[in-house]
Design a protein around this ligand. Structure first.
Ligand code: HEC
Ligand code: HEC
Length: 464
C-alpha cells in the first residue's frame, strides 16, 4: 500500500497546532460538537425566518432546570427594566445616578448583544473611557464620562463623534472604505478635563459570560506567549488584575482590554460607573470631590443594589446562552475555516476550550465550548490604539474578541451596530482590515487572498 504522505503530514501539522490538553478543530471537516458553540448550554431552536432570531442572545442556557429558569427571569427583569432615582415607590429598583450613562443594562447591551457608536449627538449604547498617562483617573471626571444626570445635576459633558475616512485596496482591485471615530466632548460641566487619553467603547455582547469565566486560569496562562517563543509573530499576554479588595492577581477576562477578572466585578462596576448604583463591591457614588451635588441627593439604600438582586442579575448574565452555528457544513464555510487557520486568525481567535469544574454553576461546568478567543491581550497596532492603560494592558493592546454567535449581531442589534471596540467596522471585512500589530500578517494575508477565498473566509465568520 502507498503511504498516504499528505495525510501523515496533515496529522503532524495538526499535532503541532494543537495546544496542550485541548482539542482544536479539524480544519478539513466538521466535528459534531463544533456546531454547539456553548456546549450543552447552546440555544439551538433558531429559525431564521421567525422573529425569535432577534431575541437569540436573550435565551437561557438550554440545560437549566425549572428553578434556575425562574431566577434567570428575575435577573432578566433587573437587567432590562430602567432603574429610577431614589426615593421611589419601587425601592428595589431605585438609586439611579446622580450621574449615569444609561438607566438599564439593556440600553447599552441591546437585546443582550452589542451597542452602537454615537450618532446624532447621542451616545446611548457606548461610552467614553478617559485616562491620564499612567492609566489613572482624571481628578474631576474619573475614568468615564457620564453624559446623563438626574434633574438638578449637570451631566459631565456631551459626547459625539466625527468620522475620519480612509480607503484600502484588496487583491483584485476591490476598494474598501474604512471609518474611524474621533470622539468629541462639549459642554464640559465641571471645568477642565485633564485626562488626555479618550477611548470610545461600545457595549460588547453579554451572552456566554459564565462559560468564559469557567475557562481554567492556568490554561489561559499556558496559552500566553509573551516573548513570542514559538516565533509566529504573535505574543498574547495575560492582563493580570486583582479582584476589588484582594491582593492576589488573576487573569483579566472581561471588557475590551480584559481588565475585569470576574462577571461579578465587571457587572458591579457597570452598576456603579454606568448607572450610578452602589453595591457591595463599589460602595460610594462615582462623583469626585468637585461634584458635590452627588452627596446631596437622596440615596436608594446603602448599598443601593440589594444582594438578592445582585445575585439574580449575575445569574442571568452568566447563563445567557450562546447561539448555535448556522450552515457550518456548507462547502464554502469549510474552505473558509481552513483559511481562518492557515492565515493565522486562529492563533488569537482560539477556537476551542473546555470549561472547568463548578459546584456553584453546574450547568456551565465541563462544557466543550467554541468561543474563538484566547482571552489574551495583543498589540493591535496604531490604527486601533487608544493610548489608554488598563491594568497591565497598554494603549495598543486589546483582548481577542470572542467570535461565537457573531452571525446574529445585526439581526439582534440592527444595522447600526458596529464591530471592534468602538464600533467603527460596519462589517467583518472592515473589522479584519483594521487588524494591525501582531495581527498585521494575518490582515495582509486576507487582503492578498483571491476574491473567492476572501468570500469563503467571510462565509465562515457568518457561520459562527
Ligand atoms: C452605558 C452603557 C453600558 C451600560 C448601561 C452597561 N454596560 Fe456593560 N459594558 C459596556 C461597555 C462599554 C463595556 C466594555 C467596557 C470596557 O472594556 O471598557 C461593557 C462590558 C460588560 C461586560 C463584559 C463583556 C465582555 O465581553 O467582556 C459585562 C458582563 C457587562 N458589561 C454587564 C453589564 C451589566 C450587568 C450592566 C447593568 C448593570 C451593564 N453591563 C450596563 C457598556 C454598558
Ligand atoms: C494578533 C491576534 C489576532 C489575530 C491574528 C486576528 N485577530 Fe481578530 N481580533 C483580535 C483582537 C484583539 C480584536 C479586538 C480588537 C478591537 O476591538 O479593537 C479582534 C477583533 C476581531 C473581529 C471583531 C469582533 C467584534 O466582536 O467586534 C473580527 C470579526 C475578527 N477579529 C476576525 C479576525 C479574522 C478573520 C482574522 C484573520 C484574518 C483575525 N481576526 C486575526 C485579535 C486578532
Amino acid at each position: 500500500m502507498r503511504i498516504p504522505v499528505l495525510a501523515f503530514v496533515a496529522l503532524l501539522l495538526g499535532a503541532c497546532t494543537e495546544r496542550a490538553g485541548d482539542r482544536q478543530p479539524d480544519y478539513a471537516s466538521l466535528q459534531p460538537s463544533e456546531t454547539l458553540s456553548g456546549g450543552a448550554t447552546t440555544f439551538t431552536k433558531l429559525n431564521p425566518t421567525v422573529s425569535l432570531a432577534q431575541h437569540a442572545y436573550s435565551q437561557p442556557a438550554a440545560n437549566l432546570g425549572t428553578q434556575e429558569r425562574a431566577l434567570f427571569v428575575v435577573g432578566n427583569s433587573f437587567f432590562t427594566s430602567p432603574w429610577v432615582s431614589a426615593p421611589s415607590s419601587v425601592a428595589a429598583r431605585d438609586g439611579l445616578g446622580p450621574l449615569f450613562n444609561a438607566a438599564a443594562c439593556q440600553d447599552c447591551h441591546i437585546r443582550d448583544g452589542r451597542g452602537r457608536p454615537p450618532s446624532d449627538g447621542s451616545a446611548v449604547s457606548s461610552l467614553l473611557r478617559i485616562a491620564m498617562d499612567d492609566g489613572g483617573a482624571d481628578p474631576v471626571y474619573g475614568n468615564q464620562i457620564q453624559d446623563r444626570a438626574l434633574p438638578g445635576v449637570n451631566p459631565e459633558a456631551r459626547l459625539s463623534v466625527r468620522w475620519q475616512f480612509t480607503e484600502r485596496q484588496l487583491a483584485g482591485g476591490e476598494t474598501v472604505q474604512l471609518r474611524k471615530p474621533v470622539p468629541q466632548l462639549s459642554h464640559l460641566a465641571y471645568g477642565k478635563l485633564q485626562a488626555a487619553h479618550h477611548s470610545l467603547r461600545i457595549a460588547p455582547p453579554v451572552f456566554g459570560m459564565g462559560l468564559l469565566e469557567l475557562i481554567p486560569a492556568r490554561q489561559i496562562v499556558a496559552a500566553a506567549d509573551e516573548s513570542d517563543q514559538n516565533g509566529d509573530g504573535i505574543s498574547g499576554r495575560v492582563n493580570w488584575v486583582s479582584e476589588s479588595g484582594a491582593k492576589e492577581k488573576m487573569p483579566g477576562r472581561f471588557g475590551w482590554k480584559a481588565s475585569q477578572p470576574s462577571v461579578r466585578q465587571q457587572s458591579l462596576a457597570a452598576f456603579a460607573n454606568d448607572m450610578g448604583i452602589s453595591s457591595a463591591l463599589f460602595s460610594g457614588e462615582i462623583c469626585t470631590q468637585s461634584q458635590a451635588a452627588c452627596d446631596e441627593l437622596a440615596k436608594g439604600g446603602s448599598p443601593e443594589l440589594e444582594t438578592v438582586i445582585e445575585n439574580a442579575v449575575l445569574f442571568y448574565v452568566r447563563h445567557l446562552a450562546v447561539s448555535a452555528r448556522r450552515a457550518a457544513n456548507a462547502p464554502e464555510v469549510l474552505t473558509g475555516k481552513a483559511l481562518f487557520n492557515e492565515i493565522g486568525c486562529a492563533s488569537c481567535h482560539r477556537p476551542h476550550w473546555t470549561t472547568g469544574h463548578s459546584d456553584e454553576f453546574p450547568a456551565l461546568a465541563s462544557q466543550s465550548i467554541w468561543p474563538y478567543t484566547d482571552l489574551l491581550l495583543h498589540d493591535m497596532g496604531d490604527g486601533l490604539a487608544d493610548g489608554v492603560r488598563e491594568g497591565e494592558a497598554l494603549g495598543r493592546e486589546w483582548r481577542t474578541s470572542p467570535l461565537w454567535g457573531i452571525h446574529l449581531a445585526k439581526v439582534v442589534g440592527g444595522q447600526g451596530i458596529g464591530f471592534l471596540h468602538d464600533g467603527r467596522a460596519r462589517d467583518f471585512k472592515e473589522a479584519i482590515l483594521w487588524h494591525g500589530g501582531e495581527a498585521e500578517a494575518a490582515r495582509n494575508a486576507f487582503a492578498s487572498l483571491p476574491e473567492q477565498q476572501r468570500s469563503d473566509l467571510l462565509s465562515f465568520l457568518k457561520s459562527l
